[in-house]
Design a protein around this ligand. Structure first.
Ligand code: AKB
Length: 313
């Protein structure tokens, strides 16, 4: 296998902390440098780590000059709910950092760039069920607007600079190792922690709010599979729809009850309900299936078994 050297930005976030171990396994620990604006926590301190504020182009260039990277995974971003509270900062972080990375990737001849998009690119006029790859996109959050614009920038860099940039529209990602911060789909992570600790959970989304979701091991696998796909098979240069499972708060609660019979859920919707209502309920990911063989492994039952087993020890 060709030797890769990989830079990951925003590695301290929910996805980064788990993607890093996937990248270590696949490419070798010594070939991955994780970066974040904050000091490393948990697993991140076991590998190569550097502090990096990706808004500072000179710091990014210095790191790229020092190492011969072949791939960049640019994960640093502010999520949907946090972004609504700090819209200007969300726009700056999500947009400027992406353009900094794309420019640096061209300058330093980086072979492949990964950047995550999201179901937040869709909005109230988007068809909600089996949302197609190409459809109406009218995002209502700054996060969603930045992801939609980011998709266009990625495609533009591919067309105008030949930069091999790849992206996925992640649904809500559910992991138990690190807690997410500032997302609308975060309830589906918190609910497991609270179920085990307190046997009860107050949901900030209504009982029947269906959203597309994905278990972390599937998200890590999808990301590495996409990056390993031969270039000529990639037909989407904005971001691929990918699907894992779809459920609503009452369904995840029933699944948890099978393991913790005393568990009770109550509902107190807040501002995140409007965001969730603007997003799809399920996605059509047939292009990802066709281009690079995408298939999720986990459904709600299998994921719940795995999380409850791991959080109970
Ligand atoms: C969020 O809820 O903001 C994220 C996402 C769907 O991109 N998890």
């Amino acid at each position: 296998m060709k030797k890769e050297k990989i830079l990951v930005t925003g590695a301290g976030g929910q996805l980064g902390s788990e993607l890093i171990s996937g990248l270590w396994k696949y490419y070798g620990k010594e070939n991955v440098i994780a970066t974040d604006i904050k000091e490393p926590q948990g697993i991140l301190s076991e590998g190569n780590f550097e502090i990096l504020d990706v808004l500072k182009t000179s710091n990014l260039s210095a790191l790229l000059k020092k190492n011969r990277f072949t791939q960049i995974y640019h994960l640093a971003a502010m999520l949907s709910a946090a972004g609504e509270k700090n819209p200007k900062m969300a726009w700056r972080l999500n947009m400027e950092s992406l353009i900094n990375v794309l420019d640096a990737a061209v300058e330093f001849k980086i072979e492949k760039v990964y950047w995550p998009s999201s179901i937040a690119v869709f909005g109230p006029s988007t068809p909600k069920v089996e949302t197609p790859q190409h459809t109406i996109m009218d995002p209502i959050t700054i996060y969603g607007i930045s992801k939609q614009a980011g998709e266009r920038w990625c495609e533009w860099y591919y067309k105008n600079h030949g930069l091999d940039v790849r992206s996925l529209r992640y649904p809500g990602i559910i992991g138990y190792k690190t807690k997410p911060g500032g997302g609308t789909t975060d309830y589906a992570v918190d609910i497991y922690w609270k179920a085990l600790a307190d046997k009860k959970y107050e949901s900030f989304l209504k009982a029947d709010t269906y959203l597309p979701m994905m278990y972390m091991p599937d998200a890590v696998k999808a990301t590495i599979d996409l990056m390993e796909c031969p270039k000529e098979k990639i037909t989407i240069r904005s971001a691929y729809n990918i699907s894992g499972m779809s459920f609503c708060p009452s369904e995840i609660a029933s699944e948890i009850k099978k393991h913790i019979s005393e568990f009770e859920i109550t509902y107190l919707p807040d501002f995140r309900q409007a965001i969730a209502d603007s997003w799809p309920k399920s996605l059509d990911d047939s292009i990802a299936q066709k281009d690079w063989g995408w298939q999720p492994e986990y459904d709600l039952k299998k994921m719940t078994n795995d999380i409850v087993k791991n959080l109970s020890v």
